[in-house]
Design a protein around this ligand. Structure first.
Ligand code: GRF
Length: 191
């Protein structure tokens, strides 16, 4: 059974979908830790409700990324974590974590990569006028949403679509794609 940590910065609807899938038995993993860089984030309440330990930090309390990632690494090792799942974690992963967990870190992004990487992928898709966008689950490397693609699903952009309506459709797809993809990955690879 994989021992995972989930990193998140915000509302944590994907965190919740993963918790629900573990509880339902459709994602065979143990969620050992939530790592959160925003002390006020709603995802912290979700973790507390689910009885999942949290490590919450402020980047500005540390000298640099190496320092806070060193502390995260210590927390991951103490919790016995062997796989990292990013779910709305709004920071690039640095070399400290990549050296220890490289190839065992995944992310979910709200577009069909390599289109619309980085911030506000949903706004970028609306601005570009595409008729199909979607969701990508990918491995994490040192770049911004550049790692190898694991799975994708499409979302159609319909007439009169707003940012809110498109975000709702994308999140609905994310909440299914992420647990399903992770479960498949854990079953079919040595992770
Ligand atoms: C998701 O849309 C995910 O694709 C992106 O950040 C968002 C996080 O949303 N990386 P939530 O906090 O899981 O609700």
């Amino acid at each position: 059974m994989r021992q995972i940590a989930i990193f998140a910065s915000g509302s944590g609807s994907n965190f919740q979908a993963l918790v629900d899938a573990v509880q339902a038995g459709t994602l065979k993993a143990n969620i050992k830790l939530l790592v959160c860089d925003q002390p006020g984030a709603f995802v912290i309440h979700r973790a507390q409700s689910a009885g999942i330990p949290t490590f919450v930090f402020r980047a500005k309390d540390y000298e640099n990324k190496e320092a806070f990632e060193g502390e995260i690494k210590h927390q991951l090792e103490a919790a016995g974590v062997d796989f990292i799942v990013l779910a709305g974690y709004m920071r690039l992963i640095g070399h400290t974590l990549l050296e220890s967990y490289g190839g065992r870190i995944v992310n979910i992004h709200p577009s069909l990569l390599p289109s619309f990487p980085g911030k506000d992928a949903i706004g970028q898709a609306l601005e570009a006028g595409v008729k199909i966008t979607g969701v990508t689950v990918h491995y994490v490397d040192a770049g911004m949403d550049t790692g190898e693609i694991i799975a994708q699903d499409i979302v159609r952009v319909t007439t009169g679509e707003t940012r809110e309506s498109l975000q709702d459709k994308i999140q609905h797809v994310e909440h299914h794609l992420y647990p399903t993809t992770l479960n498949h990955l854990f079953l079919t690879t040595g992770y």
